[in-house]
Each structure stands twice: as structure tokens, then as C-alpha cells.
Design a protein around this ligand. Structure first.
Ligand code: BGC
Length: 371
């Protein structure tokens, strides 16, 4: 009988395309694409478990995707510099075909977080493997991404759940900040402009502090650029990313603590699973495996191994007989009458979801590291 750790590595390897991309889920047609966001967490998990060739192949794939879009990126940057409007359909998308092409459908998915995340992933790959020889092969992709983010970081876009277009999202800007900060350590190897990087990093940090802390003292989900909405002041479980991997502020900083407390209070169900945010209705708003693992990752990094291990056991209990982890489980859904409409629309919940397996592996590794 294979462990969930072994199964997770196998599932990820089996579902990595020869181009290097990872399919989000092989059994769910809507997710038959490769996302920069999911993909980077998957590649990072593979680096943590020693499967460096897999991570490297993904980062080379990302590079090709970026380089193929050089013209488009330059046009977007020019428009932004001139203060011209950028429509969601014009920007880079969040997902590509397995071969690395744009999807050509009308699912507009202008999202910036994944691009910040991949810069962070690249820096982790270099740190873990010390494979500096890779740099010339990914340099162009990294430079284009840095340039794109330096100019567009404060542009409203969809969040990491592909919703709420007209907002600036805390997790998104923090992911961009983390990407730029992490890659700054390799600025000379990538020929990056240090001054421009430093001033952007300062601007994003100030923006977050001034605009994204709720009056009650926690980081809120997002902010509207022109008019407020009640949803923006909620917490979102993606804010767990502010702890790991972003480490926005010290773990015990009051705003970080207030955010974690509010996530625990609002989004952790009685059985321990984690919801995305209170208004969620996607498949009824169930408990997401990857977010539950994320809470475990944060707990392990903060030396709460008892909690991290409880979460690991919880996740292991949610694998199906084939050792597959779903995207979400429907034990304690927030909106029971919204489960069936989604099943009718897109089919049963995506299983296996590679990102769920990746977060399980990261949790498992983080426990081992802190034991
Ligand atoms: C989620 C995204 C994810 C995509 C593929 C969507 O439902 O909201 O965060 O990237 O699925 O897994």
C-alpha cells in the first residue's frame, strides 16, 4: 500500500506534460490547462521532495510562455506607462494549454498573482538546487515577468479564485511583492534594475499597509478601486499565503495574528477543513484540501507540530481509494443549494487536483523540517 506522499509524487509526475506544464486536474475538463499559480506550488512541492527535474521542466515551460508573448507584454507596459485603459481581455491570462499557448476561449482570466508566484518559485528552485546554470535559460522569461509586474502590480484584476475583477487583492499584491523580493536576490545574474525593483517593493509595501488593513486590525480580502463592497472587508483563506511562503511580517505581528485569528474563526469548519471565504458559492463553498494543507504548512512553520500533524491526518483521511485528493470536500458546505447546480454545469468536483497533492507534500515536508 503506497503512502499518500508516494501517490502524490506519482500523480504529479504522471500528469506533467512532456512540455513541462502540469495539468490542474486530469479528470475535470474545465481544468485541462496549466496555471502559473497552481503550477508553481506544484513545482515547489516537487523541489521540496527532491524531484528537481520536474520543477525545472515547469520553469522552462513558463519561460517559453513568457517569451512567446514578448510583443504583447511590451504593448501592455507601454499602455500602462501612457495611462491608457487595459481591458481584461488584453492582459496576460492565468492559464495556458499544455503546450503553452493561450486558450483562445472567452474565459477572461486576467490575474497577476501567478506571475509573482513563479518568480518566487524560480528563486526557491535556485536556492534548493544551486543550479545557477539554469539562469541563462530562464533569464528572458524572468526579465519580462519582472518588467510586467513592476508596471502592472497595482492594476485591478481577478483574484486567485478568478473572481472580483475590479478589485486589488491582498494575496495578489503580496504575491507580487514576494516574487520581486525573492528574485532581487539574483538581480545581477538576471540583469535586473536594482533601483527600480527597490522602489517598486517599497511602493507595494506601503500600499498594503495603507489600504489593505481593516479598521479592526486584520488584512482584508481586497479593496475596490472606486467604490466599496461588503465582500472586500472579509478575510480570505488565501491570506494564509501572507505567512507562508510570503512572510509579509513577523508571525507574531499584531496584524498577522489578527488575520490568522479571523481566518480560524470565520473559515475553519468544525471538522477542521478550510473554506475560501464566507460568500463562496462554488460547489456550495466546501472545504478546500489545499487551503487546509496551507493552514498546516503555516502551523508547522510556526512550530505548532501538533496542529500540523492533525491536519496531515485529516487530509490523508480525505483521499479516495485510488489515493486521489479532490479540490474540495462537501461535508460542511456554506451554501448547500449551490452544490448541484455546479455539478450539473461542470461535473463532479475536480479529483485529483494536483495543487491539493502539492500542498499536502509541502505540509509533510514542513513537518519533517521542524520535527
Ligand atoms: C481556482 C483557481 C485554480 C483553478 C485550477 C479554480 O477553481 O479558483 O485558484 O487555479 O481552479 O486549479
Amino acid at each position: 500500500m503506497k503512502t499518500l506522499r508516494q501517490k502524490s509524487i506519482e500523480i504529479i509526475l504522471e500528469n506533467q506534460h512532456r512540455s513541462g506544464s502540469y495539468i490542474a486536474s486530469p479528470n475535470f475538463p474545465t481544468y485541462a490547462y496549466s496555471w502559473f499559480r497552481d503550477g508553481t506550488y506544484i513545482a515547489y512541492a516537487m523541489d521540496r521532495v527532491g524531484q528537481h527535474h520536474s520543477a525545472k521542466a515547469f520553469y522552462l515551460w513558463c519561460t517559453k510562455v513568457m517569451v512567446d508573448q514578448t510583443q504583447k507584454i511590451q504593448t501592455l507596459i507601454e499602455k500602462k506607462k501612457l495611462g491608457q485603459h487595459i481591458a481584461a481581455e488584453e492582459a496576460l491570462t492565468a492559464r495556458y494549454t499544455m503546450q503553452g499557448q493561450t486558450t483562445g476561449d472567452d474565459w477572461t482570466d486576467f490575474q497577476l498573482d501567478g506571475y509573482g508566484t513563479w518568480l518566487w518559485g524560480v528563486s526557491q528552485h535556485l536556492e534548493i538546487t544551486n543550479d545557477l546554470q539554469l539562469i541563462p535559460h530562464i533569464k528572458q522569461g524572468v526579465k519580462l515577468t519582472v518588467d510586467y509586474l513592476i508596471h502592472l502590480w497595482d492594476h485591478p484584476c481577478y483574484d486567485c479564485w478568478e473572481e472580483h475583477l475590479d478589485f486589488i487583492h491582498t494575496y495578489t499584491v503580496a504575491s507580487i511583492l514576494n516574487g520581486l523580493k525573492s528574485i532581487q536576490n539574483y538581480a545581477s545574474a538576471f540583469d535586473l534594475d536594482q533601483l527600480q525593483l527597490t522602489s517598486t517593493i517599497e511602493a507595494i509595501t506601503t500600499f498594503i499597509d495603507q489600504n489593505l488593513i481593516h479598521v479592526s486590525g486584520y488584512y482584508q480580502k481586497m479593496i475596490h478601486t472606486t467604490q466599496s463592497s461588503p465582500v472586500e472587508t472579509l478575510v480570505d483563506a488565501s491570506l494564509l499565503g501572507l505567512f507562508m511562503p510570503i512572510q509579509l511580517k513577523a508571525f507574531n505581528h499584531p496584524v498577522m495574528q489578527a488575520t490568522l485569528q479571523k481566518i480560524e474563526q470565520d473559515l475553519v469548519s468544525p471538522t477542521g477543513g478550510v473554506h475560501r471565504y464566507l460568500e463562496d458559492e462554488y460547489y456550495g463553498g466546501g472545504e478546500w484540501i489545499l487551503l487546509t494543507a496551507w493552514l498546516g504548512w503555516v502551523s508547522a512553520a510556526n512550530h505548532d507540530l501538533t496542529k500540523a500533524k492533525q491536519i496531515r491526518t485529516y487530509i490523508e483521511s480525505k483521499q479516495n481509494p485510488q489515493g486521489n485528493l479532490p479540490e474540495q470536500i462537501s461535508e460542511n458546505v456554506l451554501r448547500p443549494n449551490r452544490v448541484q447546480p455546479w455539478v450539473e454545469k461542470w461535473g463532479p468536483i475536480a479529483t485529483p487536483l494536483l495543487w491539493s497533492h502539492a500542498m499536502y507534500l509541502i505540509l509533510d515536508e514542513e513537518i519533517k523540517k521542524n520535527e
